[in-house]
Design a protein around this ligand. Structure first.
Ligand code: BGC
Length: 715
């Protein structure tokens, strides 16, 4: 009934709209908005980046933020961090915060979440994405979308599809076979549409099998609209449309661009001209306008429920609390020999914190994911505010970040007082020091501190000069001579705690020497608080890796079976062998495997029982906290076909659940699998089929730490 009424309203509006008005609705009329039709009560559609919070307010027709002070917002943990929680409830909470903040800032569409597959550790935008595994993405993206859209704001899941490199991103042709698309690159998007009910989706810049994604008939008309029944709005990536006729005839609805000749966009004046010349049918435009109006109805921007539209809110206390909880759950304890961690906050007296990422601010970088954070607690501040005044915390940067040093070492007040000219000259002296000497000085200072202090924490990693939109990293090496520094520090203090704060895996030549390693992705405004709480045991870590930490990028099959970061064409010849699907199948030596993450307590797995059910099977087992602290474990279920004839990966993640247990507590866990969990995609029949064979049901704490297993026959 409701639907019928809405469809009627859409048709009524369509009839009243002129061609020019309709065209105004389907292309950017400002950098982040379309045109409304005031006389009919149709508002413009306001959009904003992005995945880590609502981006600063931009001028309508210039790439310049307006520079006001009312657009500081809550800074979210990046999607890689959210994925490391392996907790759908956290994804939902993060979504709720993002949606409420977007609505609070008056937006209709938030250009997030990004869910491209992490095909290579070198992709510059990996930090914006969740995982190398489609099932994990699927389980997290659905609650995240629902959380966003609860606030009458559309999520815009991006970038559809197979957009896993930044090099030549506008023109690279990505060659992927059907099976690989269906098994690896599509499931996240399909779930976003079918289970998440996402209102909008963003086309990717790249070409897929010869067609630009934003105007691809096979991708948009066939897969998205026909196969998945998507009736929401398809928005192009900014500048991703290159042809008027293709744009009109494809299932794209809104063309956005980075230029400000709005009338010259493909779907603006050129489209009107082609329609008037009879080259393109006006019906194409009507279909797009229908999709947009349908989304507006869903967002309560028009129609009867307009008065009840959610107002949203930004910078609330609750948002900060939720983001802190998400950050806490995202921190991953990679290694903890001799139980060096947690540190005892009562015992540490003189503590050295070394490394630029201890003090760095990351929220303002990364590309379109940059935001103006209301605040950002650095790890150093997190540590200091946790310890209070009874411990002495000494900070040393340890290494030099070229171009970012000493830009303004002189305080403006000193600068403004002429009689301090002499001191001023002295203060500027470091600026002229030669770079090598400075590096040496920093290193020496750090080593001296490491020797003098009872506790040493290194916080290094990457920053948004490396984890950055528009460029891929050349290799996985830590920049700024950090490896050498780490080796030297570990030499003088073998008990040093190593914290890596980054958006994608790095080489760790010192991995065997470092006894305790903590990993954090860019974890939002409270990231530093969360890290400190983990280091000092106020929080028991429960994050797990949503991607494999290989030793070096040459191990990645995208690089030597397929191709990566090529300019004209990249071939995904590794097929479905992405991430652990390849590494575990080949038993590749890795630093830390998929799903890995330690706790300060221990978990015992027992009594697995797998029963065949009509449509799959039911796995039951027990999980016990056998240690002394309360904590959460992410139990993972992998399905391993035992004698596949279909070139399938050794095993695949099919389910997981995060379980909280008090010391000594035991819980019975039940996981249902259905026939889908045993399928592969058959390219001849163009469908998923169950391969009849024996399957091992594996229950583990990571992809390489399988604790229980049992075989069953399926098919
Ligand atoms: C990015 C998108 C972003 C858009 C708008 C593009 O360059 O690829 O992810 O949403 O710009 O800023």
């Amino acid at each position: 009934m409701e639907e019928k009424k809405e469809a009627l309203l859409i048709e009524e509006l369509l009839e009243k709209l002129t061609l020019e008005e309709k065209v105004g609705m389907i292309h950017g009329a400002g950098l982040f908005r379309t045109e409304g039709v005031e006389r009919l009560g149709i508002p413009p559609l306001f959009m904003s980046d992005g995945p880590m919070g609502v981006r600063a307010e931009f001028a309508d027709n210039e790439w310049r933020s307006v520079g006001t002070t009312d657009d500081f917002v809550s800074y979210m943990p990046c999607n890689s961090a959210i994925a490391s929680t392996w907790n759908p409830e956290m994804a939902a909470l993060a979504g709720e915060v993002l949606g409420a903040e977007a609505r609070g800032r008056g937006k209709d569409v938030i250009l997030a979440p990004g869910i491209n597959i992490k095909r290579s550790p070198l992709c510059g935008r990996n930090f914006e994405y969740m995982s190398e595994d489609p099932r994990l993405i699927e389980e997290l993206v659905v609650p995240m979308i629902k959380g966003i859209q609860k606030n009458d704001v559309a999520a815009c899941v991006k970038h559809f599809a197979a957009n896993s490199q930044e090099t030549e991103r506008l023109w690279v042709d990505t060659i992927v076979d059907e099976r690989t698309l269906e098994e690896i690159y599509f499931p996240g998007f399909k779930a976003a549409v079918e289970k998440g009910g996402v209102f909008s989706i963003m086309g990717a810049y790249n070409l897929l099998n010869g067609e630009h994604c934003c105007t691809s008939k096979s991708l948009l008309n066939k897969v998205l609209r026909e196969d998945w029944n998507f009736d929401g709005t398809v928005i192009s990536d900014w500048g991703g449309v290159h042809d008027t006729k293709l744009a009109a005839e494809s299932a794209l609805d809104i063309e956005m661009d980075v230029t400000y000749n709005f009338d010259k966009h493909n779907m603006a004046q050129p489209l009107i001209e082609k329609i008037k010349a009879g080259e393109i049918s006006e019906a194409c435009v009507d279909e797009k306008v229908r999709n947009i109006l349908r989304m507006m109805l869903r967002l309560h921007m028009i129609g009867e429920k307009k008065e009840h539209r959610s107002a949203g809110a930004y910078n609330t206390e609750m948002h900060r609390r939720n983001l802190l909880n998400a950050a806490r759950e995202s921190v991953i304890l990679l290694k903890n020999e001799q139980e060096l961690l947690p540190l005892d906050e009562k015992k540490v007296k003189k503590i050295a914190v070394i490394g630029q990422n201890a003090a760095a601010i990351h929220s303002n970088g990364g590309g379109s994911a940059e935001i103006k954070a209301l605040y950002e607690i650095s790890p150093l501040m997190g540590i200091k505010k946790l310890l209070g005044g009874n411990a002495k915390v000494y900070y040393a940067p340890g290494y030099v970040i070229p171009g970012k040093e000493n830009k303004s070492e002189i305080n403006w007040q000193a600068d403004s007082t002429k009689h301090l000219e002499e001191e001023k000259n002295q203060a500027t002296e470091p600026q002229t020091q030669n770079a090598a000497k400075k590096e040496q000085d920093y290193k020496e200072e750090a080593i001296r501190l490491a020797k003098e202090c009872d506790t040493v924490i290194f916080v290094g990693g990457l920053n948004h000069d490396y984890d950055l939109e528009g460029q891929d990293r050349a290799d996985m090496k830590l920049p700024y001579g950090q490896d050498e520094l780490l080796e030297a520090l570990l030499e003088v203090n073998p008990n040093m705690i190593t914290v890596i704060y980054a958006g994608s895996p790095v080489k760790m030549p010192w991995v065997n020497k470092a006894k305790a390693i903590v990993w954090s992705y860019y974890a939002g405004m409270e990231g530093g608080t969360a890290i400190a709480e983990v280091l000092f045991g106020r929080v028991n870590p429960s994050g797990k890796l949503a991607e494999t930490m290989i030793q070096e990028s040459s191990q990645c099959p995208a690089h030597f079976i397929g191709s990566y970061a090529k300019k004209d064409k990249v071939e995904y010849k590794e097929g479905v062998m992405v991430g652990y699907r390849y590494y575990d199948t080949q038993n590749t030596p890795v630093n830390f495997c998929f799903g890995h993450g330690l706790s300060y307590t221990q978990f015992a797995y027992s009594k697995l029982d797998v029963k065949r059910e009509e449509n799959g099977c039911k796995a039951t087992f027990y999980l016990k906290n056998s240690g002394e602290r309360e904590g959460s474990e992410v139990v993972q279920l992998y399905v391993k076909p035992k004698d596949s004839a279909q070139g399938r990966p050794m095993h695949e993640l099919k389910a997981f659940t995060k379980v909280f247990l008090k010391p000594g507590e035991e819980k019975k866990i039940e996981i249902m699998l259905d026939s889908r969990d045993f399928t592969y995609y058959d390219m001849k029949g163009h469908e998923f089929v169950v391969e009849p064979c024996e399957y091992e049901i594996q229950i583990g704490a990571s992809s390489r730490d399988i604790r229980l297993s049992e075989s069953i026959l399926i098919g």
